[in-house]
Design a protein around this ligand. Structure first.
Ligand code: MG
Length: 366
């Protein structure tokens, strides 16, 4: 074949391939978004809110006979609610449906570029996509990230702010968990810890959810907590009070973790002098991919890492659990706080996270 006939043959082969591509439409993809009401087993109180249920955004992405499930819990602190989350997800429906789902990094970057805020919506789309990709590849999500499920840490069980009597009852109900996380930050901090301590002497981790506005008070409380067997304190002061937090950190012995001060990977470098570690949540970061980048960023700066969650079902909690072999601490109990979880995924045995071995997130219907 001379050069001219080769070019001609190649051109007609390309034309035939294009004609074939035009004749066979791409496998139709579908996206479903819906708001699901998760009912809490106990009224859940923190410094930010008190409620009996949470409305969360669910997504299902289907293509090639595979359905990936996603979930995002709208965070009130970031001015999100389920209705606006659903709207944000719907606004990028065509981007997702037109994309090659195996090009998930490119697709999510485009979604992040188009949607400002709406982290729960982004998380719900990212998680559905990553569940789909894992199923398409036939591997659990932890394998996609090269992780060993046996390295998954124990998770704490969270005790919300309540009366001493209910706090004692909740502490008794958490007998299976070797470490508890206790919410403080209101006027009742000491009675809350004393109520827990009247039931158990197991290690505690404490979350003040930005509750202490005065740095002297924060130092006093943290040093008091240390004497009561507290391993670390999460977000003692408001997120914007970085200088004060740095001052506090230099006067206490237990680690201080950033939660509200730390939403995305790019937030982390400026926190290095003020905090010992970061609490990463999929609902804050906008999904698994950004959460992975946050963990990598924190580790590269020599900071401790933690995976947390909002009140949510097994979809979101399982997605986070697949990254948990990477982190020092886990607080992945959101699904254990609700009464109507539609799925089963990660399990907890004596506090240890047991990752499902199925492809993708490895979810099954409850
Ligand atoms: Mg927190």
């Amino acid at each position: 074949m001379n050069r001219r006939s080769f070019v001609k043959a190649a051109a007609s082969a390309t034309a035939a391939a294009s004609a074939e591509a035009l004749a066979a439409p791409p496998a139709a993809a579908t996206l479903e978004t819906r708001i699901v009401r998760l009912n809490l087993q106990h009224v859940w109180t923190t410094t930010m809110s008190s409620s009996q249920y949470r409305d969360t955004l669910y997504t299902s992405f289907t293509r090639d006979g595979i359905t990936g499930h996603g979930e995002g819990a709208p965070i009130v602190r970031y001015h999100e609610d389920a209705v606006s989350a659903q709207k944000a997800a719907e606004s990028v429906r065509e981007v997702l449906l037109a994309a090659d789902p195996m090009q998930f990094t490119k697709t999510m970057a485009e979604i992040f570029r188009r949607v400002s805020g709406a982290w729960a919506a982004k998380a719900a789309l990212d998680i559905a996509l990553m569940d789909w990709v894992g199923q398409k590849l036939g591997i659990p999500l932890y394998s996609y990230f090269g992780l060993d499920p046996r390295d998954a840490p124990i998770t704490t069980f969270s005790i919300g702010i309540d009366t001493p009597e209910i706090t004692r009852q909740k502490t008794r109900e958490a007998a299976d968990f070797p470490v508890l996380k206790v919410k403080v930050g209101l006027a009742t901090d000491e009675p809350t810890i004393e109520a827990v301590r009247s039931v158990t002497d197991k290690p505690l981790r404490v979350d003040a959810n930005e509750g202490w506005k005065d740095k002297e008070e924060a130092v006093r409380k943290i040093n008091w907590l240390e004497k009561h067997g507290v391993e670390f304190i999460e977000q003692p002061m408001p997120a914007e009070m970085l200088e004060e937090t740095r001052w506090v950190r230099s006067r206490v012995h237990i680690p201080i973790m950033a939660d509200e001060a730390c939403q995305r990977a790019s937030d982390i470098p400026k926190l290095k002098e003020c905090f010992d570690g970061v609490n990463v949540k999929l609902d804050k970061s906008g999904g698994v991919l950004e959460a992975y980048r946050m963990i990598a960023m924190a580790k590269s700066l020599g900071m401790r890492t933690m995976l947390g969650c909002m009140v949510s079902s097994s979809v979101s909690v399982t997605a986070a659990a697949h990254l948990s072999p990477l982190v020092d601490y886990a607080d992945l109990d959101g699904n254990l706080l609700i009464a109507n979880d539609p799925f089963r995924g990660v399990l907890v045995e004596k506090g240890k996270l047991i990752l499902p071995r199925g492809a993708g997130l490895g979810l099954t219907a409850a």
